[in-house]
Design a protein around this ligand. Structure first.
Ligand code: BGC
Length: 686
C-alpha cells in the first residue's frame, strides 16, 4: 500500500483501498478533546465507520453495552453518480490538525479540507469543492456497535437535533454554509449537547453563525494558533532517524487530539475518541501512560485528568461497597459517573461458544493505586498543592482505605498479602501476590499517609474539615503498618521476581510455541480454557513495568535478569506492553534492545498491525496509551530523564544511529529544554 509520511509533518495515503477504511478512519483522526472525528471521507457514512464521537456523552440501549454517542455527521456531502474512484490522495497535517483529500471519481473530482477546532471545541470547519455540484447535509444514520442511540427530534439540511435513549441527552448539530462558487463552499458545523448548556440548539446555531461571520481564514487561524502552542510545549526532535521522528510526532498528535483541555469532568478513553470500542471507557491507561506525559508538557491537561477521577470518586465508593469493602475501588472501565461498566463476560469460550466469565472488573485492584501514582507524580512535578484540596486528597485516602480492607493479614507469615487479584497480565486471573499490584499498593498507602501529613501541615483547616467528615486520621496508623508489612516478592537466587505466587511453577514456554497450539485464530489466551493460563506466557509487561516504576529499589543486575527472563515470555498482546520494555532496556544501557520496542509503541496507530478483533469483538481504534508510551520511552528511556528534588538530570542511552534528542518539559512551573547527544546533556531554561 502506498502510505507514507510526505514531510516531517504530513502523513499521506495516495491510493484508495476499501479494506483500509477502518484503519484510515483512525489514522486520519481529527479532534479536540470534546469530539473526535474519524478520518473517513465526506461521502462516507455508517458502513464506512464514519464517526463524530463525543467525549463523555454515554448511552445504553437496553440489554447492550453502554457506549459513547456518535453524533450526527455534519461533514456528510455527496455527489450523485460519481462512479468509481480513479485516483485518491489523503493528507493529514499534524502541525495544524487538518485533513485534506483529493479524489478523482469517474465522473467528478472532489477536493476538501477540514479541521476540528482547537480554539472552539464545538466547531468543525469544512472546505469542499467538486467539479459537479454536491449535496451537503447532516447524516443522522450513524455507526454504532451496540444499537442505535437516539431518536431524531428535528431534521433539515442544516440542522439535526436528536435525543439519546437512556438519559435523554439532547444533541444539536447546526451548520452554516458560505458558498465560494457554484460547486464550492465552506461549511461551519457546530455541536452542543444538553450536557454543555440549557439550550444546545440555540448555542449550536449561534456558534456556526458567528464562525461564518468570522470566516474560514479567521477561524482556521485561531485553530492553527492553538496547535502551534501545543507543539511548542510538546514537540520532540530526533536527529538521525526520520522514521522514528515521524512516528513519535504522530503519536503525540494522536494523544493531543484526545486531551480534554476544556473540562475537568472528562478523561481520555482507552481507544481515544476513535469510536465505541471498549465502551469509550477510561482505564488505568490514562493514569500510567498518558498523565505522566501531560504532567510534564501541559500540566493543566494532567490536572483535568486527575480531577476526572476526583469527580468520579463516588462511583468508586459505590463499587467498593458493592464488593463488601471500604473506601474507593476505582472502575476498571469508567464512564461519566465512575461506576464500573466493565461487564462480567468479556470474551467467548473457545469450546462452548458461550460468554466466558472474566475477572477484570472484580480483581484488577491495581487501578486505584495507579490513580494515586498519577496524582502523586503530578504533584511532585508541578508543585500544585491545590489539587489535593480540590478532591485528590480524599481520593488518595479512600484508595488506601480500600486496600487496607482488601488485604489479608497472615498471622503465620507476619505479613499482609493481596490475594485473588488480576495484575496487568490479564491472562492470569485470580492470582495471589502479584508483584506489580503489591508494590503499587505499598506506594499508594505510603502516599496516602504523606498526603494527609502534608495537608495537616499546609492547610490544617481543610485537613480538619475533611477528617471530621471521613475520619481518615484514625486509620493512618493501620495504613502505615500495612505499607511496612505488605509482602513484596523479592528476587530469587537467579534474581527473578516471581510475577505472582506459583508463577514459576507453570509450564515454561513462549508465545511462539502457544501460537502453534491455537485452534481458532481469534481464541482468547486467558481465562478458563486459555492457552496461556497454565503457562508462564504473559499478555503484557507486568514485573518489568513494576521495575520501571521502582527502578531505584533494585540493582541493575536484577533489572536485567528480569528483562531477559520475561521478554521472551511476553506476548505483547496489549499495546501498553512495549513501552515498558523499551524504557527498562534503555536504562540498562541497551538502547538497541529498546529501539524495537520504542518503534512498536510509536508506530501502533500508523502500521495498523495491532489486533482488530478479540474473538468476535471488534477492538480496533487508536491507542493513546501506546502514544504516551512512545514519549515516555524517548524521554525516560533514551534521554534517561530523572526528576527529583535535586533537579533534572539526564543519562543518555540513545540508539546508535541517533545523533541527538531534544525536547521540552515544564517542571515546577518553569519551562526547560533538554538537549541530549550521545555524550553530552544540556538542560536550560526555555
Ligand atoms: C489490556 C489492559 C488495558 C486495556 C485497554 C487490555 O487489552 O490488557 O491493560 O487497560 O486493554 O487498553
Amino acid at each position: 500500500m502506498n502510505t507514507k509520511y510526505a514531510s516531517e509533518w504530513i502523513y499521506c495515503v495516495s491510493e484508495f483501498l476499501p479494506d483500509d477504511l477502518a484503519l484510515n478512519g483512525n489514522r486520519f483522526m481529527l479532534g479536540n478533546g470534546y469530539m473526535g472525528v474519524r478520518g473517513t471521507l465526506e461521502e462516507h457514512g455508517e458502513n464506512e465507520l464514519a464517526g463524530v464521537m463525543l467525549n463523555g456523552g454515554y448511552d445504553q440501549v437496553p440489554g447492550r453495552w453502554r457506549e459513547p454517542v456518535n453524533a450526527p455527521n455534519g461533514l456528510f456531502t455527496v455527489v450523485d453518480g460519481a462512479g468509481e474512484i480513479v485516483r485518491h490522495e489523503q493528507r493529514l497535517d499534524l502541525r495544524r490538525g487538518r485533513m485534506a483529500r483529493e479524489t478523482e471519481y469517474e465522473n467528478v473530482t472532489v477536493e476538501s479540507e477540514r479541521f476540528v477546532s482547537m480554539a472552539n471545541v464545538h466547531l468543525m470547519g469544512l472546505k469542499y469543492s467538486s467539479t459537479r455540484s454536491a449535496k451537503t447535509s447532516i447524516d443522522s444514520k450513524v455507526w454504532n456497535i451496540n444499537g442505535s442511540h437516539f431518536h431524531i427530534l428535528e431534521t433539515s439540511l442544516d440542522e439535526v437535533v436528536v435525543k439519546t435513549q437512556e438519559q435523554g441527552i439532547i444533541i444539536a448539530v447546526c451548520s452554516e454554509i458560505e458558498p465560494i462558487d457554484e460547486t464550492s463552499f465552506y461549511k461551519y458545523i457546530s455541536i452542543y449537547t444538553s450536557l454543555d448548556c440549557d439550550d444546545p440548539v440555540a448555542a449550536a446555531r449561534e456558534n456556526s453563525r458567528a464562525a461564518k461571520e468570522a470566516g474560514w481564514e479567521k477561524v482556521g487561524a485561531e485553530h492553527d494558533a492553538v496547535w502551534e502552542k501545543i507543539w511548542a510545549r510538546c514537540d520532540v526532535k530526533i536527529e538521525g532517524d526520520d522514521e522514528a521522528q515521524f512516528a513519535l510526532r504522530y503519536s503525540l498528535y494522536q494523544l493531543q487530539l484526545t486531551a480534554p483541555r476544556h473540562s475537568d469532568r472528562l478523561s481520555i478513553p482507552a481507544r481515544g475518541l476513535s469510536g465505541q470500542v471498549y465502551k469509550g471507557a477510561v482505564f488505568w491507561d490514562t493514569e500510567m501512560f498518558m498523565t505522566p506525559f501531560f504532567a510534564l508538557t501541559d500540566p493543566a491537561v494532567a490536572r483535568n485528568l486527575i480531577l476526572y477521577r476526583c469527580h468520579t470518586l463516588d462511583g468508586a465508593r459505590r463499587k467498593a461497597t458493592e464488593y463488601g469493602f471500604r473506601g474507593a475501588f476505582y472502575a476498571w472501565e469508567s464512564q461519566e459517573t465512575g461506576d464500573d461498566f466493565c461487564t462480567h463476560f468479556n470474551v467467548t469460550d473457545l469450546f462452548t461458544d458461550r460468554p466466558m466469565r472474566t475477572y477484570f472488573r472484580d480483581k484488577q485492584i491495581h487501578v486505584g493505586a495507579d490513580v494515586v501514582y498519577a496524582i502523586w507524580t503530578y504533584y511532585e512535578q508541578t508543585g500544585d498543592f491545590s489539587v489535593f484540596t480540590d478532591g485528590a486528597a480524599e481520593a488518595v485516602a479512600e484508595c488506601a482505605r480500600f486496600f487496607h480492607s482488601y488485604a489479608y493479614y497472615k498471622e503465620d507469615k507476619v505479613r499482609y498479602e493481596l490475594l485473588d487479584v488480576v495484575g496487568p497480565d490479564e491472562y492470569h486471573e485470580r492470582v495471589h501476590n502479584n508483584a506489580f499490584t503489591n508494590r503499587m499498593v505499598k506506594f499508594a498507602l505510603e502516599t496516602a499517609v504523606q498526603v494527609l501529613e502534608l495537608l495537616r501541615e499546609r492547610d490544617p483547616e481543610f485537613f480538619h474539615t475533611l477528617d471530621r467528615q471521613f475520619g481518615f486520621s484514625e486509620e493512618v496508623g493501620s495504613w502505615k503498618k500495612m505499607a511496612a508489612e505488605l509482602y513484596i516478592p523479592s528476587p530469587n537466587e537467579k534474581g527473578i521476581i516471581e510475577q505472582f505466587d506459583g508463577y514459576l511453577k507453570l509450564e515454561d514456554t513462549t508465545p511462539e510455541e502457544l501460537k502453534t497450539r491455537v485452534i481458532k485464530p481469534t481464541e482468547y489466551w486467558g481465562g478458563g480454557h486459555g492457552l496461556a493460563t497454565t503457562t508462564q506466557v504473559l499478555k503484557q509487561a507486568d514485573v518489568v513495568l513494576m521495575l520501571n516504576l521502582f527502578r531505584s529499589d533494585y540493582s541493575a543486575e536484577v533489572i536485567k535478569a528480569n528483562w531477559e527472563y520475561y521478554e521472551p515470555r511476553t506476548e505483547h498482546g496489549s499495546s501498553l506492553s512495549a513501552c515498558a520494555y523499551a524504557m527498562v532496556a534503555a536504562n540498562l544501557g541497551k538502547p538497541d534492545w529498546a529501539y524495537t520496542y520504542f518503534m512498536k509503541t510509536a508506530t501502533v496507530d500508523l502500521t495498523g498491525k495491532s489486533k482488530l478483533y478479540l474473538g468476535p469483538l471488534y477492538i480496533g481504534g487508536t491507542h493513546p496509551a501506546a502514544n504516551g508510551g512512545a514519549w515516555l520511552s524517548a524521554v525516560f528511556g533514551f534521554a534517561g530523564l530523572q526528576i527529583n528534588a535535586a533537579g533534572i538530570t539526564a543519562t543518555p542511552n540513545l540508539p546508535s544511529h541517533w545523533k541527538s534528542l531534544k525536547f521540552g518539559i515544564e517542571w515546577q512551573g518553569k519551562a526547560y529544554q533538554i538537549h541530549v547527544k550521545p555524550d553530552t546533556v544540556r538542560v536550560y531554561e526555555a
